[in-house]
Structure formats: structure tokens, C-alpha cells
Design a protein around this ligand. Structure first.
Ligand SMILES: *Cc1c(COP(=O)(O)O)cnc(C)c1O
Length: 433
């Protein structure tokens, strides 16, 4: 299987090159050249398969030309070490809980897969790899924990000063070892811009082997399709159409759902649910796509003004905007609507985090006007990860899972950094190659 760049379909590379490069040199995102469609019998049998068995099948279909069966098994087994239960919250409304991994957010799936795949592909390389990551919170913790202690890889995390919750920060700034955190005087979009610029800088790329573990990297992005298959396989088979609502920031998660759909999973519709950073919902409603500076909200992991996976949404529908708009509708919510949803759903006995709350709202609003569906919203983080918001909404304490509480005890270690690329470049230039 080859991977093409969304900027130019004739620029094609191997799996290994796509993973190590992260972003294509022409700034496009890599996409599988041919998306395999799984045979119908799989969709009959998958309700009896385990999550891992589903994983072998799906990853096998995508990567079998580059990896052996045993490598595929190793990769899936390393990734799927925690469950993704489907919980019925109201009639026909299900929460897909993606927060049972080590850092309690869905990014653990992609980060674990990515670190394992990179170490497989780099096993023969002598050069040290630098993984550059821009984070608004959850990516940093998932990637840092996924790569901690991986030989030959150093992770450099850029995060916006004062814009990431204490708990999120602690999950990557306290680890040390092969993880370095840069505290950037700016917003998330500054961090993302600096990282992108580093990948495109000829001098840096001669000296260092740089790669990305943001969801632009196919090794982070592709494994996220697995839990759509798994969730679908666990839904009741009652003839109802299926809609997934995805709380979105950079839109990697939603794009992975569409990938599953293209592989034959009969998802009827998607809702792209956002907070006030709503350029994609506005585009889906008919406006031109226009990146904007990000605004801060209570669902801060989705505070993205220039969503990096947007080209993938288009590529998945063969760059046909109308087909994209037929399959995906947008919805966006204010902080007060998000907080009200957390309160309302708490009354029926389920605790949402602010991101899941946005997904929930997108789902129930869609189902109100479109009867005949059962729906799944992605609950992308544990409520304890955003306990400031959740505790304020509910007026009661949220109990932190033990593995999260443990992070709070470590000491924060960061290097301060301006939001100017030259300063960042200077830092990188001084690293040993
Ligand atoms: C990263 C993140 C999102 C947004 O996911 P994208 O793939 O960037 O759209 C949503 N919720 C949480 C909790 C996140 O960490």
C-alpha cells in the first residue's frame, strides 16, 4: 500500500516514509492510496469477535503489504490494552467511552499505536528520531506516555503557557527521560505553526530526523478507526440507521470514522460537533472554509482555529464537497450549553466531560430532527481530566482515577519558549544530531 499526499496525488510514498515524515514535504497529509473494503461476512461476524480480533482484521487489510502478520498482531496487541465500552445513556443514545487508557483520553489509542509502529520501522536505523508535538493538552500527555522510554526516540512537546489544565500539564511535564516540554508564550495555533515550520525547514531536516505524532501522522490517525468498528459491532441489531457524533478539534477522530465507513462499515451519518471554534460546522452549512484564531472554551482540547485534518475530510469523499456535506453535518455549542448538558445528563446518572458533552449535544440535536436512528457519541476523555469544569457544573467533587491522581505528585519541568520560530529553531539546532 502506498500513501499519497492530499496536496498532490502523484506524490506517493511507502508506509515507512509516511510515518517517519509525518507531514508530506508539499505540506499535504498522507492518505492510503486505495482504501480496502472489507468483505460482508466480517460485518456479520464482528459482533462475536473481540476488540483485538477486529483490530487484526482492519489493520491487516490496511497494512499487510508493509508488515508481517506477527507485526500486525504485535501492534494491535500493544495498542488495545484497555477496553472501549459502549454505555447506553438514554434510549438509542450511546456513549463510546474512549478514556480507559493510561492518560484517560482517546489519544492513548493513536499514541500507543504510533510509538510501537515507529519503533518497528526504525529498528534498523542508527539515527535518533525527534518527535515534535504541538498540544492543547491531551495529545501531549498521550504521546509522552506512549513514547516514554522508547529507545532512539526523543519527544519534544510544545504547549501554550497557561492554556492547559494543571492535570493535563502534569501528565507530560513531569516525566523527564526522553520527554522534553517547551512552554510557549502563545496559543495552541502558535505551537502548531512552529512545529509545521520545523518540518519544512531544510537546514533542520539535514541535521535532525524530525517527525510528528500529531494526528496528521497516519500512525496516530489510522488506528482511531478501530473503535468505530468495535462500537458498531456492539450496537443492537434492530434495523435502525446509525449516526456517530464526534466532538472535534483537529478532526482526526472524525476523519478516522469516515475511513471506517469507506472500508464498508455501514455508518449512515456523522455529526461534526465543536465548541465555538466552529470553522468546520460553518463550512458544512455552506460558508467558505476560513481558518480563524482559536478561542478558549471549557472543552479546551478542541480549541483549534485551523483544523489540521480538514484536507482528509475532503480527500475521503474524493474532494467532492457535496458528498462530504451529505454524510456529515455540523453543530457547535457555547460553553453554557456544554455546562447545561453536563448537568442534565448527570441527573440521569451519567457524568460527561466537556468534550463528550459537545458530542452528546450534537447527537441528540441530530436525532431530534432525524427519526429512525440509534446514535453513538464519542466520550473522548474522563470527566476527572477536566474536573475544574465538571465540579463547577455539578457542585460536587469528581473522583480522580488513581492513575490520574499519581501524576499530580510529580514536579513540573519545562523550558520557556517565545512564539517565534527562530527561537525554536535555535533550540533544535543545539540538539545533538
Ligand atoms: C484531541 C481531543 C479532541 C479532538 O479530537 P480531534 O481528533 O483533534 O478532532 C476531543 N476531545 C478530547 C478530550 C481531546 O483530547
Amino acid at each position: 500500500m502506498k500513501f499519497y499526499s492530499t496536496s498532490n496525488r502523484s506524490n506517493q510514498v511507502s508506509l515507512s516514509e509516511a510515518v517517519i515524515k509525518g507531514l508530506a514535504p508539499d505540506q499535504g497529509l498522507y492518505m492510503p492510496e486505495e482504501i480496502p473494503v472489507l468483505e460482508e461476512s466480517f460485518f456479520v461476524d464482528f459482533s462475536k469477535m473481540t476488540f483485538r480480533e477486529i483490530g487484526y482484521k482492519v489493520i491487516g487489510a490496511l497494512f499487510s503489504s508493509a508488515l508481517s502478520d506477527s507485526q500486525i498482531k504485535e501492534l494491535v496487541d500493544h495498542t488495545l490494552v484497555f477496553d472501549a465500552p459502549l454505555v447506553e445513556v438514554e434510549q438509542d443514545v450511546y456513549s463510546l467511552e474512549l478514556f480507559h487508557g493510561p492518560t484517560l483520553a482517546f489519544k492513548d489509542f493513536g499514541a500507543r499505536f504510533c510509538s510501537k509502529l515507529m519503533s518497528m520501522l526504525l529498528a534498523k536505523s542508527a539515527q535518533k528520531v525527534r518527535v515534535l508535538v504541538a498540544t492543547s493538552g491531551d495529545t501531549g500527555s498521550a504521546v509522552a506516555n506512549g513514547f516514554l522510554g522508547v529507545d532512539g526516540v526523543e519527544v519534544i512537546i510544545l504547549f501554550p503557557k497557561g492554556k492547559v489544565s494543571e492535570l493535563q500539564e502534569k501528565q507530560f511535564t513531569t516525566l523527564a527521560e526522553n520527554i522534553t516540554s517547551l512552554e510557549v508564550e502563545g496559543v495552541f495555533d502558535d505551537c502548531q505553526r512552529m512545529v509545521k515550520q520545523a518540518f519544512l525547514d531544510p537546514e533542520l531536516n539535514v541535521k535532525l530526523l524530525l517527525t510528528s505524532a500529531n494526528s496528521i501522522n497516519i500512525a496516530r490517525w489510522i488506528p482511531q478507526c478501530l473503535y468505530y468498528f468495535y462500537a458498531f459491532s456492539r450496537l443492537p441489531q434492530n434495523g435502525k440507521k446509525v449516526v456517530f457524533s464526534v466532538p472535534s478539534g483537529n478532526f482526526g477522530n472524525l476523519a478516522a470514522g469516515i475511513l471506517a465507513q469507506k472500508m464498508g462499515l455501514p455508518i449512515d451519518h456523522f455529526v461534526a460537533a465543536t465548541n465555538e471554534n466552529k470553522v468546520v460546522p460553518q463550512f458544512l452549512a455552506g460558508d467558505a472554509f476560513l481558518a480563524k484564531p482559536s478561542v478558549q472554551t471549557v472543552s479546551n482540547s478542541m480549541d483549534v482555529g485551523n483544523p489540521s485534518n480538514f484536507p482528509r475530510l475532503l480527500a475521503l469523499y474524493d474532494f467532492d464537497e457535496n458528498r462530504l456535506k451529505q454524510h456529515v453535518s455540523g453543530a457547535f455549542y457555547s460553553d453554557s450549553e456544554t455546562v447545561k448538558a453536563i448537568q442534565k445528563v448527570n441527573e440521569i446518572g451519567y457524568t460527561l466531560d466537556p468534550h463528550g458533552a459537545v458530542g452528546y449535544l450534537g447527537l441528540v440535536d441530530f436525532m431530534k430532527v432525524n427519526p429512525g436512528y440509534q446514535g453513538v457519541f464519542l466520550e473522548t476523555a474522563h470527566s476527572g481530566k477536566f474536573r475544574d469544569v465538571v465540579e463547577k457544573a455539578l457542585g460536587e467533587k469528581v473522583v480522580l482515577p488513581e492513575r490520574l491522581a499519581a501524576f499530580l505528585e510529580g514536579d513540573k519541568k519545562v523550558i520557556p519558549m517565545g512564539n517565534d520560530f527562530e527561537e525554536f529553531k535555535g533550540f533544535l539546532t543545539n540538539l545533538k544530531s
